[in-house]
Design a protein around this ligand. Structure first.
Ligand SMILES: C[S@@+](CC[C@H](N)C(=O)[O-])C[C@H]1O[C@@H](n2cnc3c(N)ncnc32)[C@H](O)[C@@H]1O
Length: 371
């Protein structure tokens, strides 16, 4: 089902657009308020504390099942009703609490050239685990989240955490970004790339992911940065026969040759994987193809979800890091033992996650990616 009405509804009252609204390709024509769906509205007032409605740019119907949306809806209701975001999470998502509150997970921000002058786009903020922390180090954070209730919760949480310089929009399902060319100094895409094309069944994951990369290059200012972390297709854990949620928990999962993986997946009743992973060198080449330069890659140790260190993935830095006695080289016992035996130049090919910092070429035309 396509929600095509959102671009056609007219705004009755022309209010002055504040500078943050100007980042959108079109004024915020619709607002989402939980339980009432999308409603027509005038420009979003991003600085109002009370205003936690968010503009809607989805093109497809949400895919979350009833119980998931119900649980998220309850979360939003509690937080909207005045409960602290943390207490609300404890009540509805106690299983996720430590993951979405663990401050160590924000360590990647030290890799980034954030400044009080930066306008940052965070794609896929989830339950707002990084949004307020990013906002503390930036001028303004725009977050784009595909799950409406998560988007609304992320904004409520950011406001409760004292961040007034945050705007949130619902969108991204078509891997397009509802923002103007060259609008941002930096983009954060943490553990989203693997999932981002999952909602579009009419095209391959790779096509949708390529579009998102092009879109990110388009909305970055020349010299702006992209931080992208995703899972590694050839993570040692998978090469050793581990399972992979993207591939219906088939052993070796995404590490299988694509054709064999597709054949095995069909036997489980699925026509396509839930997301797509890439090797280090393949993703590096994709970043360069959209006009990103000065790409650095990092080994998030012991694992990219809750890292303790970011080690540049070149051989010399890996050797130096391995000299540290406190470096745990992998998550489970088997993987961390075997990872020690992997020659330093190979580590980047089998590390659990791929973490890249890349920059848009300063000489690029501000309007976007190279073909
Ligand atoms: C695995 S979670 C990661 C959340 C957070 N970035 C983190 O690292 O903790 C992936 C998030 O991306 C969102 N997402 C997935 N595809 C998206 C898309 N195409 N556009 C925007 N958000 C997306 C999901 O709804 C979810 O909130």
């Amino acid at each position: 089902m396509t929600n095509s009405c959102h671009r056609q509804i007219r705004v009755d009252t022309e209010r002055d657009m504040n500078e943050f609204d100007e980042k959108y390709v079109a004024p915020a024509l619709l607002r989402w308020t939980h339980g009432r769906g999308a409603v027509a509205a005038s420009a979003l007032d991003a600085s109002s504390e009370a205003d936690t409605s968010v503009p809607w740019y989805l093109t497809l119907a949400p895919v979350e099942d009833g119980p998931t949306r119900e649980r998220l809806g309850r979360l939003v209701e509690l937080a909207r009703g005045g409960m602290s975001w943390k207490e609300a999470l404890e009540k509805t998502h106690a299983d996720l609490l430590s993951y979405v509150t663990d401050r160590r997970r924000a360590a990647f921000m030290d890799l980034l050239p954030l400044s009080p002058q930066s306008d940052i786009l965070e794609i896929g903020p989830g339950l707002g685990q990084f949004t307020a922390a990013l906002a503390q180090r930036s001028r303004h954070v725009h977050a784009l989240e595909v799950v409406p209730e998560q988007a609304e919760f992320a904004l409520i949480r950011a406001r409760q955490e004292g961040a007034r310089n945050v705007s949130v929009a619902i969108g991204g399902d078509d891997c397009r970004l509802p923002y103007r060319d060259a609008a941002f100094d930096g983009i954060v895409l943490n553990l989203v790339f693997e999932w981002c094309g999952s909602r579009i069944e009419s095209e391959s994951h790779a096509q949708a992911q390529t579009r998102l990369l092009q879109e990110m290059a388009r909305v970055l200012r020349p010299g702006g940065f992209l931080y992208l972390t995703t899972k590694n297709r050839f993570a040692l854990r998978l090469l050793l026969g581990g399972t992979d949620e993207h591939m219906s928990n088939i052993r070796f999962g995404s590490a299988l040759p694509r054709a064999l993986g597709a054949w095995l997946l069909k036997r489980t009743g699925r026509s396509r994987p839930m997301g797509m992973l890439y090797s280090h060198d393949s993703l590096l080449a994709q970043l360069r193809r959209v006009g990103l330069v000065d790409v650095s890659s990092f080994w998030a140790v012991p694992e990219m979800r809750v890292p303790t260190h970011y080690v540049p993935s070149d051989a010399a830095s890996v050797r130096a890091a391995r000299a540290r006695p406190d470096l745990r080289q992998g998550e489970g016992r088997k993987v961390s033992l075997l990872m020690r035996l992997v020659p330093a130049p190979w580590v980047r090919h089998v590390m659990p996650g791929l973490a890249f910092v890349a920059f848009k070429d300063r000489s690029a035309a501000p309007s976007g990616a190279k073909p």
